[in-house]
Design a protein around this ligand. Sequence first.
Ligand code: HEM
Length: 410
Amino acid sequence: MTDMLDTDLPSFPMARECPMHPPAEYKEIRQEAPVSRVRMPDGQLAWLVTGHELSRQVLADPRMSSDRTHPAFPLALTTEQRKAFQQNSRLSIRRSMIGLDAPEHGPHRKMLISEFSVRRIAALRPRVQEIVDRCVDDLLAAPQPADLVEHVSLAVPSLVICELLGVPYEQRHGFHEWTRKLISRRTAPEERRASADKLNDFLEALVTEKEQGEPTDDVIGRLIARNRENPVMTHDEIVGTAILLLIAGHETTANMISLGTVALLENPGQKAQVVADPSLLPAAIEEMLRYFSIVESATSRVATDDIEVGGVTIRKDEGVIISGLAADWDDSVFENPDQLDFHRGARHHVAFGYGIHQCLGQNLARMELEIVFETLFRKAPNLRLAVPAADLPYKDDASIYGIYSVPVNF
Ligand code: HEM
């Protein structure tokens, strides 16, 4: 590394100057050293990878562990918050595929892979269209200005994932609130622990009910049945998997709907292109996924061996943040990354990660985004923000970036 004193190291996470762009330091850091040191809120040092090719290299390296209970795993939390997360014996999310390494990871993922295949997700399209139609109609029936997040961004993916998993949608206020608290850096340690417990207890009860009753025809019910025939997961791991799917299934897509809608409203030329030719939407969505790369620090790892990356040696037991957002704004790969260009062919972005943990729900997310943008701009051609985009409440405090509310007129 350099001669830099530890105290001079940049802190992670870094602040954004423009809510639609990554922190400006990423570009400078990448140019200087695409694998460099940062200081985490708990005082630990970690490596930050900001180059696109290097990010893929690190994410594909089997010597990089996803074990979130490792003391050096970069969590972007203070010491107290970290303790509350890591010492919480009831939060089984730690025992789900996202925190497992090979060879344990593969069998867990295999239990669910068929549920999220392209074919399976395509078959859900008519039902998702019905859900989106209903949510957009709700928005248009609400007094103006109405909140896009409440009526559409959060409602659509929550309804879809609840129906898929067999989770009662009436319980959404609970799991929305607990998820919000769990992913926010502003949440006090005790509150974080309480939210984790509540989320855990909620899904623990649901899984237990499904295990004891008649088999249910939903993802969790089928997972339980599959696991009976070919035991791979413990009861706790099934609960952990249900928590992972519920959080990942609603919070991510919700934020992409909000950010994508704001991006289209702020870029009328691009909006006109997709409205005139909806067949451009899949490419537009890849570009929006690249542009926002909202799940940034989830793609962190801890080295299980000394590893040479981009001219530096990452030592065993050192934490590494692979910033998808920095990687997807690497201008040696995506020219003029600040321009939303639907024709650039952005599919090699790392917004869904890379390697064995690459997002299991990506086909579902793409389909939901496509149907929402097509339906929203067709049914509400005059949709507009009720406040300037710069004044929206962006989720600067959260490990999944997004917007808390988006007041719109139509
Ligand atoms: C993993 C992003 C939607 C389920 C991931 C990862 C990223 C990501 C970056 C990799 C984490 C890592 O490497 O440690 C996103 C984004 C989404 C989205 C940007 C929406 C736009 C969804 C949806 C689901 C889902 C709708 C559905 C249920 C999962 C699961 C994993 C995962 C289960 C863990 C996979 C594994 O460890 O093998 N996601 N996700 N995601 N995502 Fe998503």
